[in-house]
Design a protein around this ligand. Structure first.
Ligand code: ATP
Length: 982
């Protein structure tokens, strides 16, 4: 077996993918310091399973990934593959070539291992190479550091190399595993023994409880047998008894229904009789009422007859028929006169009343007219007062210029003594009334600016105000003020915009000489009809001009708005015209006033006349009212006397004829007949009612008897139903007990427990069994199951315990066996190496002797290895006491001795001979050659002597900074490379 190839990519300084081919024999790797030679041995060590970051000369595993250089950026994955020739099957796998790969990712520090490109675990790789001598701790990779460590380390630390040579590592590993297994077994055994102990403690009380529970179960079974039999018997007898009861209840029920039917019929008959009697009573009552009326009628007629007879007798005896007729005729004439007089007075009365009402209406109308006129005069008075006051104000404003500031007033007063004062701008302008408000807001405070002819005139005026402390004023000199107009394009836009009325200067009249001033102040002010249109105009002209509306709202330059209600203007602009209007208005009001007062006077006279006439009418009306009342009463008296005498005359002639008496007699007879018929009818109905009463009494007696019988039946049924309910409850209880206590149906119980029982005896037996059960006290039925469970578990665990004890013994035995093997192998190999060491030492040192010693001969399993040597001509000394070069040569001797005893297929020597002098290097190289038949050597070296023995040479360079490149070189180039390096 030998290493055929190493493939590196991203590992340490091997940034690019590099493939290094090897062959059996000696391969040398040369190159200057730091060019990445030792990174190759690190790569081999890494793939063979090295986990120590320190051994890989890093502080973190990711340090093995190429971390970039000046020109190259870092890589994220490191990957190394070792390809071994395995044709001799030295490695225990059935492949001619074995590839071992290790990968590491920077991002997550995750490692991957592969054998022949198949992913595997690290352990698989370690196991594969375990017996090949290539292991992590084997002699397959030895650095200069290893050599000096070997020489300087303690004997115990040196032991590892000998163990590796003796091949005891795997036994040591197995022993370690066995010890761990033994510990685990012991832990398990302790645990199982603890549980067994615990279970033993539970078992004995559980056993007692289980036995008690079993007695309980036995008694319960006996009780069940007896009690279920008793219940079955009880259920059977109750079922029979209930059947009988149901039959007799059915019979009674039928009888009850029949009787109830009978009672119903009787009751209906009874009701019908009672209804008939009631109807009869009603009829008799009605007849009695009629009888009473008939009797009263008879009585009245008889009384009337007596009275008529007496009256007739009296009138016939006292009245003279001719006198009566004469008086009637006389009264008739009086009555005619009274009627015509009365009608005449009533007519006059109505006429007077109407005239009075007409006068009252006229008086009311006159009063209203006068009130309205007075109110109107009062309003007119107030209006006149206000207008006169306003007139005074305007006169004052015009004459004394009180609307202007103190300064302006001072200038106006002194105007005549000053030069070039044209006037106040407001006084100089005139406009139509509808534009006055717009002009006023367009001018603003400029209404009080004083127009002068020249600039100098203005300056003089200011000086005047200053000298006389007469306030301030603003002046507009005609010669210096500039005209301002709307730009032509803006004017065009305005003319095409809705609501544009014109430019303010077009609406004013003024003296020609102040035209410049007018154009300066008003030539760029737009007049609009409404605020909305004003806003449109302002926007259309980019808010460059002041826009005023007829109502006095203003959109200022820049777009700000002013508006609201305006105070009454006191500007001279409007005051003159207002004064004129006011004077005319006052004149008109005074004329109105005179007319209104004359009219009021007229109405007053009319009112007096109406009052007088009305008084006259009221007096005549009162008199007529009295006359009408008197005439009315006279008429009524005459009328009633006439009627009375007329009636008396008719009666008299009737009496003479006797007609009335005959009628009365007939009427009386008829009334008596009716009375008698009614009396007979009442008698007949009373007899019929009597017969109904008798019939009713008979029915009541029969009903009483039937009802008594029904009550007896009902009582019997109730008793039977109570018995039935009791028995049903008892039956249910029995069934329920069977079901709940014994979980049985009746059918099942009857099948299983139907036996002849003496109920008395059985009940006694039940009592006894219950007593016995009770005397057992608390019973834990669960104990039967628990005991079974715990004892089974105990047995299982006890079994486990015995198994564990057995396993423990086996492990101990195996450890003893392994110890024996290790001791025998270690001591055997040790002796062999010791022997070879002496030989190699003498060869390399040219004489002397060398010896390996156990540091603890009594404990071969753990003893360290000490080295005593005697170079030619020197005393025997421990290895630690020699010079650096000597120590290295002793260590190399030992290494070669080990290789002689236990050859390895491949060995990487990283500058191990660095400390040797030239002669020793040559001896070292010769030894290498001697071993190269059985071991493949890869030597990292700077020494010429070593290079000369190499079969193949690689030169390591860093042509690209920080990135190692390996090229095959000839010996001469290799020496050059090494010399350049030194
Ligand atoms: N992860 C890494 N990425 C890039 N370069 C690395 C990395 N780890 C180590 N190196 C570089 O590898 C070089 C060391 O390589 P190595 O020790 O193999 O050199 P050498 O040839 O054996 O030197 P010497 O002859 O002095 O022993 C250093 O230049 C170091 O910067």
């Amino acid at each position: 077996m030998y290493l055929k190839r190493i493939e590196l990519h991203g590992f340490k300084s091997f940034a690019d993918k590099s493939v290094i081919e090897f062959q059996p024999g000696i391969t040398g790797i040369v190159g200057p310091n730091g060019c990445g030679k030792s990174n190759i041995s690190d790569a081999v060590r890494w793939v063979l399973g090295e986990q120590s970051v320190k051994s890989l000369r890093g502080s973190n595993m990711s340090d093995v990934i190429f971390n970039g250089s000046e020109d190259r950026k870092a890589q994220n994955v490191a990957e190394v593959t070792l390809v071994f020739d395995n044709e001799d099957r030295f490695m225990n796998v059935d492949y001619n070539e074995v590839e071992l790969t290790r990968r590491l990712y920077r991002q997550n520090n995750e490692a991957e291992y592969l054998i022949n490109k198949e992913p595997c675990r690290l352990k698989d790789i370690v196991d594969l190479i375990m017996d090949t001598g290539l292991g992590r701790d084997s002699l397959s990779i030895i650095s200069q550091g290893n050599i000096s460590t070997f020489a300087d380390s303690k004997p115990e630390e040196r032991r590892g190399m000998f163990e590796e040579a003796a091949g005891v590592a795997k036994y040591k590993k197995r022993k370690l595993e066995s010890i761990r297994k033994l510990e685990r077994t012991k832990d398990n055994l302790d645990r199982v023994e603890d549980i067994c102990l615990e279970l033993e403690k539970q078992l004995s009380p559980l056993k007692r409880q289980k036995e008690k529970a079993e007695i309980y179960v036995d008694l319960k079974n006996q009780l069940q047998s007896v009690e279920v039999s008793v219940l079955v018997k009880g259920i059977e007898s109750l079922s029979t008894s209930l059947k009988d009861l149901n039959q007799s209840l059915d019979l009674l029920d039928k009888e009850k229904v029949t009787i109830e039917g009978q009672i119903l019929i009787n009751e209906q008959q009874n009701e019908s009789l009672k209804k008939k009697m009631f109807d009869l009573d009603q009829e008799v009552n009605a007849l009695q009422g009629k009888l009473l009326t008939a009797m009263n009628n008879v009585n009245q007629l008889e009384t009337q007859k007596v009275e008529i007879d007496a009256n007739r007798k009296h009138i016939l005896e006292t009245t003279n028929k001719e006198d009566l007729q004469a008086r009637i005729e006389q009264l008739k004439a009086i009555l005619q006169d009274a009627i015509s007089e009365y009608n005449d007075r009533v007519h006059r009365y109505n006429e007077t009343k109407e005239e009075k009402m007409t006068l009252e209406a006229a008086q009311e109308k006159n009063r209203a007219q006068m009130n309205n006129l007075r109110q109107s005069i009062e309003n007119l008075n107030l209006q006149l007062h206000n207008d006169r006051h306003r007139k005074e104000q305007l006169v004052d404003l015009i004459e004394n210029k009180t609307g202007y500031s103190y300064g302006v007033r001072s200038i106006i007063k002194a105007k005549d003594s000053m030069q070039g004062i044209v006037g106040v701008l407001g006084d100089l302008l005139e406009t139509a009334p509808e534009y006055e408000t717009a002009l006023s807001v367009a001018l603003g405070s400029a209404v009080q600016f004083v127009v002068t002819k020249q600039d100098e005139d203005a300056r003089n005026a200011i000086r005047f105000l200053k000298n006389n402390k007469s306030g301030r004023a603003t002046f507009l000199p005609i010669t210096t003020m500039k005209e301002r107009h709307l730009r032509e394009e803006h004017l065009l836009v305005c003319q095409n915009t809705k609501g544009f009325l014109g430019v303010m200067s077009d609406f004013v009249k003024y003296p020609q000489e102040i035209q410049r001033i007018v154009d300066n102040q008003l030539g760029h002010v737009i007049v609009a009809d409404t605020l909305d249109h004003a806003s449109l105009l302002s926007k259309a002209t980019f808010a460059r001009y002041k826009v005023v509306t007829l109502d006095g709202e203003v959109i200022n330059v820049g777009g700000s708005l002013t508006g609201g209600s305006l105070k009454q203007s006191t500007s001279l602009l409007t005051s003159k015209r207002e004064l004129e209007l006011l004077v005319e208005k006052i004149r008109q009001s005074e004329k109105d006033m005179t007319q209104k007062k004359a009219k009021l006077n007229e109405l007053d006279n009319l009112a007096r006349e109406i009052s007088h006439n009305l008084l006259q009418k009221q007096m005549s009306f009162a008199k007529l009212e009295l006359v009408v009342t008197n005439k009315k009463s006279e008429l009524q008296i005459a009328k009633s006397e006439y009627e009375s005498l007329t009636h008396q005359s008719v009666e008299l002639s009737e009496m003479e004829k006797g007609t009335e008496n005959n009628h009365l007699l007939q009427e009386l007879n008829e009334a008596k007949k009716i009375r008698d018929r009614l009396t007979e009818s009442i008698q007949a109905k009373r007899e019929l009612r009597m017969s109904f009463v008798n019939e009713n009494d008979q029915l009541e007696d029969a009903l009483k008897m039937t009802r008594a019988h029904l009550r007896e039946i009902q009582a019997d049924m109730t008793q039977k139903q109570v018995d039935k309910a009791k028995q049903e409850t008892e039956l249910n209880n029995h069934l329920q007990r069977l079901n709940e206590e014994y979980k049985m149906t009746f059918e099942f119980a009857k099948e299983e427990y139907s036996q002849e029982v003496n109920m008395q005896k059985a009940k006694e037996e039940v009592r006894l069994l219950r007593h016995q059960i009770e005397s057992l006290g608390h019973v834990n039925l669960q104990a039967i199951e628990d005991y079974q469970e715990v004892s089974t578990r105990y047995e299982t665990l006890n079994h486990q315990r015995l198994d564990l004890i057995h396993a423990q013994d086996s492990i101990l035995k195996a450890i003893d066996e392994m110890d024996e093997i290790m001791i025998s192998r270690f001591s055997e190999t040790f002796e062999k190496i010791n022997h070879e060491f002496n030989i190699v030492f003498r060869n390399l040192f040219g004489g002397g002797k060398a010896k390996l010693k156990y540091s603890d001969p009594d404990n071969i399993l753990e003893t360290g290895v000490d080295i005593d040597v005697q170079p030619p001509g020197k005393a025997v000394q421990n290895i630690t006491l020699f010079s650096g070069g000597e120590k290295a040569l002793i260590a190399i001797s030992c290494l070669f001795a080990i290789l002689r005893v236990r050859p390895v297929p491949m060995c990487i020597l990283d500058e191990v001979e660095a400390a040797l002098d030239v002669a020793n290097v040559e001896r070292f190289a010769k030894y290498l050659r001697e071993f190269s038949g059985q071991t493949q050597f890869i030597v990292v070296t700077h020494r010429e002597g070593t290079m000369e023995e190499c079969d193949l040479l690689y030169g390591a360079t860093m042509q690209q900074k920080g990135v190692t490149k390996l090229v095959s070189v000839k010996l001469k180039d290799a020496i050059d490379l090494a010399q350049n390096a030194s």
